[in-house]
Design a protein around this ligand. Structure first.
Ligand code: FDA
Length: 308
């Protein structure tokens, strides 16, 4: 847990990025989790996953931007991504995930700026028959992100959101979002949250995840089970059977490069599976969060820093 906190704190210090850039061995570790720096790298990854029966949510990396110009760049990158996805003709089997902090959420008037800039992305997704999911960032952004979700769902009801089981508030949020047409990705939570708002022990996070999963799977919405944890995926299957859910009324989501064999196995066995595929030059914070989740990856990564 201490190492995890250190890595999560480091994820918010972009200066450290220099240490891991420019070393080919380190790059190979990053490449395990990131599908490349350009859209032209990511689209072949999407196509390969689709060939294995795995659906995709594409993420243009970037977060915590500080100028409107950067926020407009995020919008443009997503519009280009949707154009690229349209060319693949996968419909809602390939959607996009966005972080509102990349659309200016932390700027003055940030809520309005983010909503203004993300709206054309949601419109472009609807136009090609697919959806957008709003990733969830640290707990200070949640009210703004859920308010943006409510606004966007008025015209684009397929817009999805993410709930983080580690937060004390999430059970109530899950109840509020367990409604018809609502797409909710349930995750454990990847941010460094204080004990005033979040469970600190893995056991407590897992128990909270299971409780929120029950709420979502019992409701009329579309649950997206965002976890690599075999216990949570098994529980989701049990709950789907218990509530007589059709196979296309929920899905499992995993991150690109994590348990890829399990992703294929589940898809072959008839579970709807979607991989979250990140690409772009701003991979540093995303990558550090993945290291924090799994100490085994840290040794692997540190060894790569010593190799050229
Ligand atoms: P847990 O961490 O308990 O891991 C269970 C098992 O999975 C491990 O034992 C290991 O086998 C494997 N595993 C997990 N992480 C690994 C890694 N990095 N490398 C290798 N193996 C690993 N968070 C957030 O705060 N906001 C968000 O919007 C999202 N979005 C999101 C989308 C999707 C599709 C997923 C799968 C996850 C997220 N997350 C997220 C991240 C999430 O909050 C959480 O940090 C990770 O999924 C790790 O938690 P698990 O549920 O996988 O279980």
């Amino acid at each position: 847990m201490v190492l995890q906190k250190v890595l999560l704190a480091a994820s918010r210090r972009p200066g450290l990025r220099r240490v891991v850039t420019g070393n080919p061995a380190t790059r190979r570790v990053v490449d395990r989790f990131v599908a490349g720096e350009a859209l032209t790298d990511a689209l072949p990854a999407v196509r390969a996953l689709a060939a294995d029966g795995i659906e995709v949510t594409l993420d243009h990396l970037g977060e915590d931007i500080t100028t409107r110009a950067e926020a407009e760049h995020s919008r443009d990158a997503y519009l280009a991504a949707l154009e690229g996805l349209a060319g693949l003709g996968l419909g809602d089997r390939a959607e996009v995930s966005v972080k509102l902090s990349a659309f200016g959420q932390a700027l003055p008037d940030g809520h309005d700026v983010a909503l203004e800039l993300v709206r054309p992305v949601v419109e472009a997704a609807t136009a090609i028959g697919t959806t957008v999911t709003l990733d969830m960032e640290d707990h200070r952004t949640i009210d703004s992100t859920l308010a943006a979700l409510a606004e966007l769902r008025k015209e684009h009801p397929g817009t999805g959101a993410v709930l983080q089981a580690m937060l004390f508030r999430t059970e109530d949020d899950a109840k509020a979002l367990a409604v018809t047409g609502s797409r909710v990705r349930l995750v454990k939570g990847a941010y460094n949250e204080p004990p005033t708002v979040a469970h600190q022990k893995k056991k407590d996070v897992d128990t909270a995840y299971a409780r929120c999963l029950e709420i979502l799977m019992a409701g009329p919405g579309y649950p997206m089970v965002g976890s690599h944890d075999p216990a949570m995926v098994a529980r989701a299957h049990e709950l789907a059977a218990q509530h007589s859910r059709a196979a296309d009324s929920w899905e499992v989501q995993m991150l690109y490069g994590i348990r890829p064999d399990e992703q294929r196995r589940l898809a072959t066995a008839g579970t709807r599976v979607r991989a979250y595929v990140p690409y772009g030059v701003d991979w540093y914070a995303y990558f550090m969060r993945r290291l924090a989740e799994r100490p085994a990856n840290v040794g692997f990564f540190l060894r790569s820093l010593l190799t050229k």
